[in-house]
Design a protein around this ligand. Sequence first.
Ligand SMILES: [Zn+2]
Length: 670
Amino acid sequence: MSKLMALALFICCWLSSGKLQAQERSTISHRTVELVRLSNVKWTDGFWQERFAICRDQTLPALWEIMSGTKHKPYLEHFRIAAGLSEGSYHGAPFNDGDFYKWMEAVCAAHAVDRDPEWDAKLDEIIEIISKAQRADGYIHTPVLIANRNGNMEVKPFGDRFNFEMYNMGHLMTAASVHHQVTGKVQFLTIARKAADFLDEVFRNPTPQQAGHAICPSHYMGLIDLYRETGERRYLILAERLIHMRDRIVDGSDDNQDRVPFGQQDEAVGHAVRATYLYAGIADLYAETGDEELWESLTAIWDNLVKKKMYITGGCGALYDGASPDGSKNQSEITRVHQAFGRNYQLPNATAHNETCANIGNVLWSWRMFLASGDAQHVDVMELALYNSVLSGVSLNGTDFFYTNPLRQHNVAPVEMRWSRTRVPYMTSFCCPPNVARTIAQVGRYAYSRSERGVWVNIFGSNTLDTSLDDGYRIKLNQATDYPWGGLVNITVDTAPTTEMSLFVRIPGWAYGAKLVVNGEPREVTPGSYAEIRRKWNRGDEIELTLPMEAQLVEAHPLVEETRNQIAVKRGPLVYCLESSDLPHDVNIQDVAIPYDASFTPRFDKSLLGGVTVLEGKAEVVDAKPWGEELYRPFKPRESKEIDVKLIPYFAWANRGKSEMTVWCPQRDE
Ligand SMILES: [Zn+2]
């Protein structure tokens, strides 16, 4: 064989194997578990039913009030102007379109079970306006469209990498996929498909400069949502191309997770929302393609997050501002990071950034890690973030929001804070409120999942499940529990396949001593895993799970300097905190210490904070002299006295007016 023939054969094989590989990748799912549909799960009572109802009845209308008007910044109005239905200019953050799509997604999810004709019609009207705003070639991003409509043709698509076009279009794709799944209507999905087709055309052969346009990349998740909803492989292939084009960036930074190719990354770095959205999108891609190099990086980064960079609340992003790679010997490669992960074990409390969107990003990412792996540890982290640092982002009445979620608050902050230290109805960066709304509206979809072997019970709450398995068999379950206040979970089979099927019940990693009983028969369980119960199920079969709900004192790794010699308290999935509203007026929150042998008793108080289980116990108040302006002073042994304290769930803090709060308290050894 001549060298030329050998070369030709090599190229031929390489091309055909590449093509084959692309086809294989797009047809074989690597998910261990599958999603259930939004309409399959209905909350019937208890914790999540209450949160869901507040979201549907209070949060969504409050957000609509803001986003449909122009009192703060225009949202819907931008689409109207871009469509030529109204006049004006663009004024707002460049990511407002995406935040409006998130609200639309939340509305769809909230009405997935009991379709409300009024909201359905409202969405139709909005979708008609968005459709009119979209360019014929599929491009849709109102800052550019409005500039063009007003005669400024200098402004072009993808002229500025910080214009958040990908973020906006990604949220469009996700919202439209959810809308289609819930309503069966195609108009919104058609808009999203046209936008995806536009990206396909523009990024066919991306330059390194174009590759830098993925800021806060919701579009990887969006494209794969679109692929799953339409079954069209080209959206998956486009997502893969857009993810791999990141590796061609030559002037990237850790702030945007593109300083080095993804395959070389093993640490959570940079802007925490951008990071978690990126990792979530890549986990989606792995679930479809099984690209092991991606999984290797994802698992290394996820381990880094959970073992070295995540708050006890599941919060993500320790720093308002910092530098990365921190401490590099090559100083020229160090750049600024903002709203970002810090270095390993750098977890300050009072200045913790923990943007609500980043904590939601943790949920999105950990959930997708679970879909790929079927590993309960990913749901443990997802549940932790949901119950603590995501729910803390919204007030109990559903209408006020935190941008940041610190673990300690003093009246006097150590530095001036960029964001409000109380929850507010509106903030200039309005990404978090619709994000928390769409998350709460979709917790039902996290509650269960499916696989070839059966149904997985992931998140506990009183609900009904009505879904079909791959072989077409219908399964209906009833779950009754007052979790997370109580640890008893009862699951009753209503309808089951006529063949054998497994029910996988999650045993949380913290649940040492959990008990599982099936029709009166005890089963062995291992915390941090799923207990698989395989059998032929009949109507009326009962599963009883009892989770240990003792309050637990927690300490942090000694390298976390900000929590040295301090204790936090957890009960089940909930992190607790001490709030000044529950202390006598003459007690300074900083002087309250928790004895190493303290025990706390749970008591459900239906009149407090909408009904929460508080933890009551004894603490010590140290008689510390008030501080002046001195930074240091001679230490003198101090007296202490015992007081009664009451701890509340962290997510419920800051709902009783101005207060001080701390998750971590000094530890008292004797
Ligand atoms: Zn946000």
